[in-house]
Design a protein around this ligand. Sequence first.
Ligand SMILES: [Zn+2]
Ligand SMILES: [Zn+2]
Length: 562
Amino acid sequence: MHIAHAVARHCMSKRLCLVGRIHNGPPRKGLLKYVDLAENRDGSVGGGFLTSLLRKAKNSREVREIVNEATRRFEGTPWQLLSAATHVSAGPSVDDPQLAGTLLASISPKDIPYVWEGVLRVVLGNASRHKNGAVALNAFRLLMAQNTPLTTTDYARVIHSGIDSSEEEARLVHELLQQPCPTELDPRTIGVLLKVCHVRHNLDLAGRVWQWAAPRRHVRHGDQELCYVTAQYLLLCGRAGNIVVAHQVWQEARNTGLAYLPVVTGSMLSALAMHGADGETLELLKDIPPASLNLYMVTAALTAFSHSGNVDAAHALLEQVEMHGSQTPSASIQSYTALVDGYARSEDFASALAIIDRAMCQSRVGEDDVMWMTVLGPCRRFKNIPVAQTAFAAIQRLGSPEHRASAYVLMSDIYNACGDTMGALRMQQERLRKGLMKERGAVTLTMDNGETHVFYVREIPPALVPATRAIEQKLKEWSRWLGLCGISDQSIQCQHSEKLALAYAVTQGMRQIALRKNLRICDACHEASKQITIFESISIHHWDRSRVHVMKDGKCSCHDRY
Ligand SMILES: [Zn+2]
Ligand SMILES: [Zn+2]
């Protein structure tokens, strides 16, 4: 045995002598310097030495240098070295998910089963933090192939990484929800799942996630880590128009002592704001000491009051905030805008303009184009040309090209509404001359299976062309019905994007229809959609640029203030 060993060593050294020195150039820098030193000292450099050197790498370049060195020295880089290089690349000192992914992919499939699961997890975690979906998914699949029991964190990481395929993402979420929720679950996992639901506009799935996480949510009282996910879910309920669920979550947050954390209260206020639930907002505000109101809460509350038309409450709140806010500003330009919006929509333009003056007197507030847009919008309905001209001039002075273009279009509509067709035409021509293009109105319809379709005015999406006849048929039916009810069918005649989307949804048998619009809903669409909910026995959740309209039984949650 002893002799055999000696012979082997002899042959080994002989072979190395034959190979000779690998590196014959001038002494190298960085980690390669140590390779040269070791080679001078020992006559050869082994994989073990290079692997230990890898662990000292501080950046991607050093990792690549050592891996290249190994490739030059050995026929086929040993998997142990590649695995170590992968580990280091995904680790905190190098932090390069793409390199880690490339190295991991270069390990031959026959060696993959030997790679330590810890390495795969480090790659997964790192790729997830950097939102590198492809690398994360590969690491996750390899973990799965090793028959390693997967943890909720593994799932959360791969879902968080932003995988391209939405089917894959859905499958992973469903798989995770099959597993029992661990009581020590990191609340961020809940946050990751809720975010997926938000992106997919899927409130049902969000409800399932919330149910699934119940064991974790009830494990400790007043657990601050949970406050962010609670706030997130409240906002989601608000956006999805499900105020009933928002109330349940709020009640639960009260019971677990989370409700009074500013971010949770602020989110509940926002959820209420989207529905213009001013009574409940007032109730909630009663419990908050004025000094602990922050910008976020104030704007949310003011928005709630404005959306419900309770401008007196909004005004009182702003006064209170201005009084208490001498040291720290607790009213922002958005807060003032919310109040301006409230006044303008109730045709009190004098008060709206007075609030803008007040905002301009505040050193850290001032005026902006958004504020003036909220004045200009209602001028159409109330046919007020002098105020419209003031607002229009301010927007041209302050606004972005998009807002300036919208202001031209609105101003032209206002002239039309007042019977001044020449004025309207002049506005359109001036806009075109200045090259101001308006953002095109687009409505996104989310089908029950999560698929989405985007509709533009007078334009059925190419993929839905086979449904054209059915859509047109539906629109004709509605036109007749609206005529009988004495409601304008202008939005149908002009084939507004909302109407096309709605008609398609109904022909597909949908009963709860979710529409998203990039601009505000127009009056004609609002009236017609409300009436259609009676005719078709459907409910519509219509998000526009500023709020959600929940329409059912001929009524809208905004109480027609929009
Ligand atoms: Zn419309
Ligand atoms: Zn509405």
